[in-house]
Design a protein. Structure first.
Length: 215
């Protein structure tokens, strides 16, 4: 059967997004992978079409957002963003705006990376922002919506995050002992999350949110 689907990816240079690109390149269901980012992009493949964009100017890139399945893996840290307001823009506003544009252009399915513990009523700004992002995505009305909530992401990032590096070392030691109720707190590989996003967006499961232990 000839590949017929077009994938749209935001956050392709991140830990999950990088694996997602490689998975989609190999996936026979997709004949094109459109990637959107703010900087240079080095991965080359006949399937890839890269668009360098300004996230704050959606009117300039909305016409390119035409495809079947939208994958969003955007996220930052307070240190890199500089403020909670900036994190709200990157982790909440960008994904919701992108999703609305893609939906208006005909995209029928979406898979988004959120976080374990996401809750719009949380006192933790990070979990609140992720919860608000989830609500915004769900309200759009895609035919299929997948929201994955991974725990600590394991794997090598391009950018160095000291606190995360320490946490990963600790989790790598304790993961084998985290069973039963504690299983959901195990660290999870970025590649595992990426594979789960593709599997779930294609599945018939009548659910939206998938916790880390289910991925």
């Amino acid at each position: 059967m000839e590949a017929s689907r077009i994938a749209l990816i935001f956050g392709a240079t991140g830990l999950v997004g990088g694996h997602l690109v490689q998975e989609l390149i190999k996936d026979p269901d997709y004949h094109q992978v459109k990637i959107f980012g703010r900087g240079d992009y080095s991965v080359s493949d006949p399937k890839i079409e890269y668009h360098r964009i300004d996230f704050d100017k959606p009117d300039e890139y909305s016409a390119w957002l035409r495809g079947d399945d939208l994958f969003i893996c955007l996220g930052t840290t307070i240190r890199k963003a500089g403020s909670v307001a900036a994190m709200e823009r990157i982790d909440r506003d960008y994904p919701v705006t992108i999703a609305r544009l893609a939906f208006a252009n005909g995209a029928g399915r979406i898979a988004v990376v959120s976080s374990m513990g996401a809750n719009k009523k949380s006192r933790n700004y990070y979990l609140r922002i992720k919860g608000e992002m989830e609500e915004g995505i769900r309200d759009i009305g895609f035919g299929k919506t997948v929201i994955v909530r991974p725990s600590m992401l394991m794997g090598k990032r391009k950018e160095f995050r000291f606190g995360e590096r320490v946490a990963k070392v600790m989790l790598s030691l304790y993961n084998p002992f985290m069973i039963g109720w504690a299983r959901k707190y195990r660290g999870i590989q970025g590649g595992t999350v990426a594979s789960a996003m593709i599997r779930l967006i294609k599945s018939e499961a009548n659910r939206t949110i998938f916790e880390s232990a289910e991925l």
